[in-house]
Design a protein around this ligand. Structure first.
Ligand code: NAD
Ligand code: UDX
Length: 478
């Protein structure tokens, strides 16, 4: 069922890359990505895209102005399209009923209402944003309550599984494409239209179709399972630190079991990003609403362990630095929630930074892709701006960040941190010089041979001729 015109509402981390790849793979289809934010659209139309994703710039350049357009003309985009992706944000609600857990569906609803208002012919509406189960039903209800003569709607669920930093690769070679729709002839026809798009580059066996509710729940389930693996290995890391086991060795041994698999077993300072916490909380809220308190509690624990891991890491820094960081300079290497992205949403670096600032530490922060303004904004949120101004310096390179500090704290696994000149860094720091590797990416033996005191997650390191910081009931080991 060939399509000629597609519109995407929401030009963010999902809408932008997804439509860029569709435009490249389907040159006969015209795709217009619309957004309310003029600034975002201007950036998509410039040489300086609003998001950093490896490989994305080249494809945008190839397609933009040919069959890919970015615009704030939302109504025009909707009117002209046969199929509309909804890719707006669905953040955790920070007010009212379900505050702190439920997904805020106000952007989804306003997009649906806009479609109902301006559409003058039939549309396939595709929910690509991550939503609670039955959100498609609400979209359908809004559309059908406002329908005009000769305008019919089919609502599909087509959740997106791309990860940031690898978005282009994930979109080009997806493990699977999931499409949910109504089990009616019209629903099946709409599913086939969306399948037609994906079949341009995805093999048929990777395109999975199912009912709408299964599709919506599968997205939440996939993210919850992934987050749960990280919390599981992070829980192991606490046991490793107490016992002398090495979390990397444990992850390797566990991951070589083909039933378990070796991915997503990297212990860390905790998972960040705009999705995992939000989607697990969304699931917790759903379970509470469904009167399934035991199931809600099970998933809530994934978040609790993540918070515990961040706090535990910050506490180890403080305790290792002789139980006080007040007025001490500490370099934070990496602020993004993972490497190869400039996104800081729910980044563990923000939490670790705030804990250290609460203790009066002076932070010297470096990240290769996160802007000064973004770092300041993230740390200022709910803090006194004067405190942030006094305590935080944002640096242009890692050497400048490390200068005159007591400690380096690695919060993001950027590759460039693996190959820094650590002998030069060591010489420029106060002694004893500490490294806290929150990502297990550095060569700890080499750092120790240079004289660093090295503390990492899930592993006790032997350090000759050094002071032994406090071993506490919390199990801090040096
Ligand atoms: P984002 O905040 O980067 O982008 C959303 C965009 O939608 C914003 O630019 C906003 O201005 C725009 N918008 C909001 N309401 C609008 C409206 N009524 N009309 C026009 N534009 C509107 O969000 P994102 O990271 O792209 O996430 C979008 C959805 O995809 C979320 O539900 C998220 O959970 C899901 N998701 C995200 C990722 C990811 O890696 N970021 C991966 C998979 C799924
Ligand atoms: C995630 C899902 O992977 C993706 O499928 C979904 O569409 C959106 O949410 P994203 O948040 O972009 O993607 O990145 P991801 O690679 O999943 O990493 C999330 C966080 O977990 C990062 O902070 C990362 O550093 C951390 N992580 C990941 C670990 O701490 N250990 C791991 O083994 C893997």
């Amino acid at each position: 069922m060939p399509l000629k015109k597609i519109c995407c509402i929401g030009a963010g981390y999902v809408g932008g890359p997804t439509c860029t790849v569709i435009a490249q793979k389907c040159p006969e289809v015209t795709i217009t990505v619309v957004d309310l934010s003029q600034e975002r659209i201007d950036q998509w139309n410039s040489d300086n895209l609003p998001i950093f994703e490896p490989g994305l710039d080249d494809i945008v350049k190839e397609c933009r102005g040919r069959n890919l357009f970015f615009s704030t003309e939302v109504d025009k985009g909707i009117k002209e399209a046969e199929l509309i992706f909804i890719c707006v944000n669905t953040p955790t609600k920070n007010y009212g009923l379900g505050k702190g857990r439920a997904a805020d569906l106000k952007y989804i609803e306003s997009a649906a209402r806009r479609i109902a208002e301006v559409a003058n012919n039939s549309k396939i509406v595709v929910e690509k944003s991550t939503v609670p189960v039955k959100a498609a039903e609400s979209i359908t209800a809004i559309l059908k309550a406002n329908t005009k003569p000769n305008v019919k709607y089919q609502v599909l669920s087509n959740p997106e599984f791309l990860a940031e930093g690898t978005a282009v690769k994930d979109l080009m070679f997806p493990d699977r494409v999931l499409i949910g729709g109504e089990q009616t002839p019209e629903g099946q026809e709409a599913i086939q239209s969306l399948c037609w798009i994906y079949k341009h580059w995805v093999t048929e066996e990777r395109i999975i179709t199912m009912n709408t509710w299964s599709s919506e729940l599968s997205k939440l389930a996939a993210n919850a399972f992934l987050a749960q693996r990280i919390s599981s290995i992070n829980a192991m890391s606490a046991i490793c630190e107490m016992t002398g086991a090495d979390v990397n060795e444990v992850a390797h041994a566990v991951g070589t079991d083909s039933r378990i698999g070796n991915k997503f077993l990297q212990a860390s300072v905790g998972f960040g990003g705009s999705c995992f916490q939000k989607d697990v909380l969304n699931m917790v809220y759903l379970c509470e609403c469904l009167n399934l308190p035991e199931v809600a509690e099970y998933w809530q624990q994934v978040i609790k362990i993540n918070e515990y891991q961040r706090r535990r890491f910050a506490d180890r820094i403080i305790e290792s630095l002789f139980n006080t960081v007040t007025n001490k300079k500490i370099a934070i290497l990496g602020f993004a929630f993972k490497k190869d992205t400039g996104d800081t949403r729910e980044s563990s670096a923000i939490h670790v930074g705030r804990y250290l600032m609460d203790e009066g530490a002076n932070l010297r922060i470096y990240d290769p892709k996160v802007s000064r303004q973004q770092i300041t904004r993230d740390l200022t949120d709910s803090e006194d701006p004067n405190k942030v101004r006094d305590l935080v310096t944002i640096c242009d390179d890692p050497y400048q960040a490390a200068l005159g500090t007591h400690a380096l704290v690695v919060c993001t696994e950027w590759d460039e941190f693996k190959t820094l000149e650590y002998d030069r860094i060591y010489k420029s720091m106060l002694k004893p010089a500490f490294v806290f590797d929150g990502r297990l990416i550095l060569d700890h033996e080499k750092l120790m041979s240079l004289g660093f005191q090295v503390i990492t997650i899930g592993k006790r390191l032997q350090r000759p001729n050094v002071h032994r910081p406090y071993a506490t009931a919390k199990g801090v080991q040096s």
